[in-house]
Design a binder for this molecule. Structure first.
Ligand code: ADP
Ligand code: MG
Length: 396
């Protein structure tokens, strides 16, 4: 195949240009301007053909970005966007001492709190770190295979996985190894707040400070970013799970009612609020569980004010960690944050009134990122696809 190309401008002939083009994806490809005069250049011709094949291989490669969250795992495939979004849950069945994976993701979550004795429903990632490495590996393997489907692989995929910024080198190695064993040709890591910030559209490559607060199931991560790096980061093991626990304990203490993890989560997501309702009551909800005194199933009414009371402790831990981060931010970056404010990502950013709570506590503008549940996955995907972010990927 012969391709006529215009004479390349001087800056195009540099090695870094070729490297940049090599890292490009199909998305980055813009049609070259139609030249006034053509000239056949065999070297450029060969380069463009190899680029074409590189892009073609990239399109077939199924390179992936994985947001391995405490609550949810999302997979983004190069050129296709987010193709999988399922709970980080695995059900293991043990028969005659032999264990096997019974279900993963959505199917496993449905079994939570309802599984028979021989089935254990496990969340392998707790508090932002891998609590059970073997099961986490099985889960990653299952999701990667599900994404591949019937497609034949031309080469093993390159995979970017996000890790909490507070994770230790041992924890990072565990995630790397689990991903390699699951079939990756090479594994890159990206720190979660960086991925969250990229996904939220913050100017992380520029000399401008931005602050992102990612509130997930297990942890709240707070970071100040500039020039492709984390200038400051901190985290606290408080997130949606602690809030669900707080709701369960509140209902047990005040209504003598035992409720499951799933029910507590549904209450939080449906009527949970970070602010006391103005009328002191708010909306009412009827919840079902088991009576602690006489052991029979029963139903009680609970209102939003009671849920706000239950969530207060977890929320104050989140406010404290944001305040600590602000106190430890260098003055020049702090000045940028006064203008740009704080951006919230992660599922709990959807909790009613949490932005107002942080706005009142810090005096800064606080915004919730668009689609906060997918921010980290989209940011990890962009880091994989867009060469501008290559510097944020780490080998270990
Ligand atoms: N509307 C909502 N209000 C409050 N919390 C929510 C809402 N939707 C989801 N969540 C919570 O967000 C958490 C999951 O967020 P996610 O960012 O996926 O966490 P992770 O990254 O740890 O997997 C869960 O605790 C879930 O209950
Ligand atoms: Mg997350």
């Amino acid at each position: 195949m012969g391709i006529y190309r215009p004479p390349p401008p001087a800056e195009r002939r540099t090695l870094s240009h070729l490297q940049r083009r090599a890292g490009e994806t199909l998305h980055d490809r813009r049609p070259d301007p139609v030249p006034d005069g053509f000239k056949l250049n065999p070297i450029e011709d060969r380069v463009s053909i190899s680029m074409f094949f590189k892009r073609w291989l990239n399109a077939l490669s199924q390179d992936m970005a994985i947001d391995l969250g405490t609550a949810n795992t999302l997979v983004h495939v190069r050129g296709r966007g987010i193709v999988l979004n399922e709970p980080s849950v695995v059900a293991i069945e043990t028969i005659d001492g032999v264990s096997r994976v019974k279900a993963v993701g959505d199917d496993a979550k449905l079994m939570m709190g309802k599984a028979p004795r021989q089935i254990r429903v496990i969340r392998p990632i707790r508090d932002g770190v891998i609590a059970d490495i073997d099961i986490a590996e099985q889960m990653i393997k299952h999701f990667i295979q599900k994404v591949h489907g019937a497609r034949r692989l031309r080469r093993w995929p390159e995979i970017v996985v996000c890790v909490p910024s507070s994770s230790t080198s041992v924890e990072r190695r565990a995630i790397r190894d689990a991903t390699s064993n699951a079939g990756a040709s090479s594994v890159w890591l990206i720190e979660e707040p960086m991925a969250a910030a990229i996904g939220a559209g913050l100017p992380v490559t520029e000399p401008v400070g931005s602050m992102v607060v990612d509130i997930g199931g297990g942890t709240t991560e707070v970071a100040v970013l500039a020039l492709r790096g984390l200038a400051y980061s901190t985290s606290v093991r408080v997130g949606g799970d602690k809030m669900d626990d707080a709701i369960s304990s509140y209902v047990r203490r005040n209504h003598n009612l035992l409720i499951g993890e799933g029910t507590a989560e549904r209450i939080k997501n449906a009527v949970g609020t970070a602010r006391m309702p103005i009328d002191g009551q708010g909306a009412e909800l009827r919840i079902k569980g088991r009576d602690l005194v006489n052991g029979v199933p029963k139903e009680v009414a609970i209102n939003q004010a009671q849920i706000a009371e239950a969530l207060a402790e977890a929320l104050s831990a989140i406010v404290d960690v944001v305040r600590t981060a602000l106190e430890n931010t260098a003055p020049e970056l702090a000045a940028d944050i006064v203008d740009g404010g704080i951006v919230l990502t992660g599922g709990v950013a959807l909790l009613h009134g949490i932005d107002e709570l942080l706005r009142d506590a810090t005096g800064l503008p606080v915004t919730v990122a668009e689609d906060p549940l997918t921010c980290v996955a989209r940011g990890t995907g962009q880091a994989l696809e867009d060469p501008i972010y290559r510097g944020v990927l780490q080998a270990t």
